[in-house]
Design a binder for this molecule. Structure first.
Ligand code: RB5
Length: 144
């Protein structure tokens, strides 16, 4: 699986931590920035990673800002993106099982690196359940 990853300055340290963790786990990672703690605007990075998921350049994305809120809102503006802000492993599992989330958002100022790693692990291994959940996702796609 190829994963895209992006952050603003508030999520930079967490992004770097998760990027190294994914690489050590043998997962290919594309980094869409930012590349330092210099203040930047999270919509730019949320959109970059989301577009890479939407066009198939990467299979899934991970986006980080201070809270995970702003960058998840930005990512969800891209058609076909289902970005879920998760603060625990249960949310991560449910975002895959029920929502087929293709982008995970995390908060670098609200979630520790260790907790984020556990959330990411749960999110990566959990499969979408389909069935009635697919119908609801189709309904989301039809909201214009
Ligand atoms: C940046 O200061 C901060 O607003 C951003 O990282 C994020 O938390 C926005 O939702």
């Amino acid at each position: 699986m190829k994963i895209g990853i992006a952050s603003d300055h508030g999520g930079f340290e967490l992004k770097e931590y998760l990027k190294e963790y994914l690489k050590k786990s043998g997962i290919e990672v594309s980094d869409f920035g930012t590349n330092s703690e210099e203040p930047v605007d999270y919509p730019i990075y949320g959109e970059r990673c989301a577009r890479a998921v939407a066009n198939g350049e990467v299979e899934r994305g991970v986006v980080c800002c201070g809270t995970g809120i702003g960058i998840s809102i930005a990512a969800n503006k891209v058609a076909g993106i289902r970005c879920a802000l998760c603060t625990d492993e249960n949310m991560a599992r449910l975002s895959r099982q029920h929502n087929n989330a293709n982008v995970l958002a995390l908060g670098g100022r609200t979630t520790s690196n260790e907790d984020a790693q556990k959330i990411l692990d749960a999110w990566l291994i959990t499969e979408f359940e389909g069935g009635r959940h697919q119908r609801r996702i189709d309904m989301i796609d039809n909201i214009k």
